[in-house]
Design a protein around this ligand. Structure first.
Ligand SMILES: [Zn+2]
Ligand SMILES: [Zn+2]
Length: 363
């Protein structure tokens, strides 16, 4: 099969590879559509700890093609969302209700499992346990959620990535109270789902911040009540001036840089809550002033994949996309073939696309 393999930092090559037969508990899924998000830019640059050779693409969707020994819970022919988090249900984290931290993805002393053999004889792993930039994916059967929906492949593929993280940040992590004011810092794919989530949660003001005028326009189209350019003046002061001098109750950060995260925290009022989702290269640090947190009661939380429970949340998010309560058309999906993956990467890096989606079945 054909796959985009990260063969070294910054090197992403489309190659013919031999898929290994699925190990016990694993299945093969024919790939429908795999997003190319900012995480993949960092993964392919080699700044996020992925060891080459590896097939990138950390969330996807497709149709189940083959079951390995002892694979349960799915049937050949099922249309499935493939997400990176296995939710094994038994590890230290799963039994404490933190399936978003499941050991199957985060604690692998031997690295991710091998999935394919390259022409030079070396064995490639699948990044983030998915490996969606390939015609077929070899994944853990616990990592897929069957969905019965008319939502198109390119949108469904976002359910293991931006949709779940964005909506989960609003519903599960912040648990936005109707009528309260929300700021969304960064209006890429993630931020645009956060804006839609805040609208569905019945937020009062939804203030969206992004330096890119096109992204601010999209934010307004999906439900932001005000949009701000953080480059124009101090974004914290701009948000305070829209909220009677207080700040918002919830700041949802989807930008990445530590400065944006610090600003997000400070644009909440005393006692407010900030949800951080952004992440720059490994080793980046965030520093925050003590008094606004220690004395002023602000809460700072994080949102790995929106703390969703995949089998519970993915089908209901898919239903909301199908009935129009969530609108993917305004988010801005750009399709690429596997051979165009280099273009998808540079477009994502330069913010020319909101979200690129690789469709490996097309040439
Ligand atoms: Zn687990
Ligand atoms: Zn992603």
């Amino acid at each position: 099969m054909r796959a985009a393999v990260m063969t070294g930092p910054g090197r992403l090559e489309v190659q013919d590879v031999d898929l290994l037969p699925p190990a016990p508990g694993r299945i093969l899924v024919r790939t429908g559509a795999t997003p190319f998000c900012v995480t993949d830019v960092m993964n392919s640059d080699g700044v996020f700890g992925k060891e080459p050779p590896t097939i990138l693409g950390h969330a996807s969707m497709g149709v189940v093609e083959e079951l390995g020994p002892d694979a349960a819970g799915v049937r050949v022919g099922d249309r499935v969302v493939v997400h990176g988090t296995a939710e094994c249900g038994r590890c230290f984290y799963c039994v404490r209700g933190r399936t978003d931290q499941c050991s199957v993805i985060f604690d692998r002393p031997d690295g991710p499992p091998p999935v394919a053999r390259l022409a030079d004889g070396s064995v490639a792993t699948a990044a983030g346990n998915v490996g969606g930039y390939a015609e077929l994916m070899s994944v853990d059967a616990r990592q897929v959620v069957p969905v019965d929906t008319t939502v198109p492949d390119t949108v469904l593929g976002l359910l293991g990535c931006g949709v779940t993280t964005g909506l989960g940040s609003v519903f599960n992590v912040a648990a936005v109270v109707p009528g309260s004011d929300v700021a969304v810092v960064g209006c890429g794919q993630l931020g645009l789902w956060m804006v839609q989530g805040a609208r569905l949660a019945g937020a009062g003001q939804i203030i969206a911040l992004d330096p890119d005028p096109g992204r601010r326009e999209r934010a307004a189209a999906v439900g932001a009540t005000a949009t701000l350019d953080p480059a124009e003046a101090d974004p914290v002061e701009q948000v305070r001036s829209l909220t009677g001098g207080y700040g918002v109750t919830y700041a949802l950060e989807a930008a990445g840089p530590a400065l944006a995260q610090r600003q997000a925290v400070l644009m909440t009022h005393r006692g407010g809550t900030t949800v951080l989702t952004g992440c720059e290269p490994l080793g980046a640090e965030l520093s925050l002033p003590q008094v606004p947190i220690a004395l002023h009661g602000r809460t700072v939380v994080s949102s790995q994949n929106g703390r969703v429970r995949m089998h519970h949340d993915i089908p209901r998010f898919a239903a909301m996309l199908e009935d129009g309560r969530l609108d993917a058309s305004l988010v801005g999906i750009t399709e690429f073939t596997l051979d165009e993956i280099g273009e998808a990467k540079e477009a994502a890096r330069a913010h020319r696309t909101v979200i690129g989606v690789i469709v490996p079945g097309e040439r």
